[in-house]
Design a protein around this ligand. Sequence first.
Ligand code: SGN
Ligand code: CA
Length: 514
Amino acid sequence: MIRFISFFTRALASLILAILFVSCEKQAEPRPNILFIFSDDHAYQAVSAYDYEIGEFAPTPNIDRIAGDGIRFDRCYVTNSICAPSRATILTGMHSHLNGIRTNRDHFDTTMLTFPRILQSGGYQTAIVGKWHLKTTPMGFDYWEVLPGQGHYYNPDFRTPAGMIREKGYVTDIITDKALNWLKEKRNPEKPFMLMLQHKAPHREWEPGPAQLGMFEDVEFPEPSNLFDDYKGRGTAAREQDMTIEKTMRIAADLKMWGDEERNSWWEHTIGRMDDDQRLEWDAVYDPIREKFLEADLSGKELVSWKYQRYMRDYLACIQSVDENVGRVLDYLEESGLAENTIVLYNSDQGFYLGEHGWFDKRFMYEESFRTPLLVRWPGVTDQGQVNGEMVSNLDLAQTFLDIAKLEAHEQMQGESFVPLLKGKIPGDWRKSLYYHYYEFPAVHSVKRHEGVATKQYKLIHFYDLDEWEFYDLEKDPNEMQSVFDHPDYQDLIRELKEELNRLKEQYAVVPPD
Ligand code: SGN
Ligand code: CA
């Protein structure tokens, strides 16, 4: 009898547990959707949420909404500051030497285990729209429509599973239309989604959209204090690069001061793609600017200042279109009720020089190109208006996305999930340093190969082909104007950082480049 009662009690307890489990399963929150909005060469200095001076002249209220509703990361860095390598690091969670994309010239190995693949096999519906830049066919996506190579601003072509198609209009609007269309028409409501919405803008040569043409013509942007840098405080690499506004930036192709006689294949690739109506609107803005420019006959510093203003006016106008289109997507999430369970991230493939050191472009481990904007909103999880100063990296995104989706990361992934930071907690053992390695040389812009280590306050860089070292104290010298590698006060610290660099290289199994 007693045995029977105990058997009966155990059976009843198991039944109750099973019922509880099933009902808990049913009530468990569905896993969140992930919307990853990514732009190309968007400098953090040009996101007004970061409170730099430029933001006062060219605010980005919609991108800022993400930070206002969530969190702004002030120390998000990249492993290798250039486009394809950054994208490959994000997809694989691995440094360049392991994912095989050290430079823009490399082809992405389609058998690589990426976070979209793991999400897809873990029950997510996955999609990518916009810039891809990894040459091979996108894998791990239920839906994809990507730009060939760098893509075009006007009337862009798209690679699709059905072949190449050409769309009429402006690339930032079209990428957004395609993403919204996917959300509205092709999304599977039975599954959580992960959508990568990847803009071409504001990449060189900074062609503004029809709605933003000429919008900053009356604005004088403040010049950075080191626009006329003489590179005296640094080594050979900073002196020998080819990315200055003064010498490298092209009056016709970059600043659109095309004369009839100068029209070449680059003109065909850009302005030449426009239809008659688009050309009329374009010429109505640029023709008078060109006339005034020719009349002024500028040279020397005056010409550099003029080029800087033109550059800013076009670059920031491209960003205005990105911002407006981010607003359209955020509005749709709200209208459709998706916002509540959708994490939105805004990030760029690397930073960019807006005249600092006299430069445009990226590649160097100096702050403006090493750092990138990262804003995240996660309703119900991330408190509003947070600011986080911990060191995070594009290396962390794959593991973060998988953590959000409650899926296991691949053991070869080398980052850290920053979900704890999104929840407002800083783990005691959160990283104190980051490893960086730039490989693309010789190449456009002539930035020498280098590797280095950064902490919140210090940065040690080794241009190894030259065997030249640089060291910066970012608190004393935030613009990195004077390397203090030989300064006696820093020798202990430099020794420690050299050790840290070696430790990181070992941790990440860095192989020496050829
Ligand atoms: C093009 C640009 C360069 C730029 C690279 C890489 N020149 O070559 O200025 O550094 O792309 O950019 S352009 O005349 O074609 O605009 S990246 O973002 O794709 O890495
Ligand atoms: Ca880029």
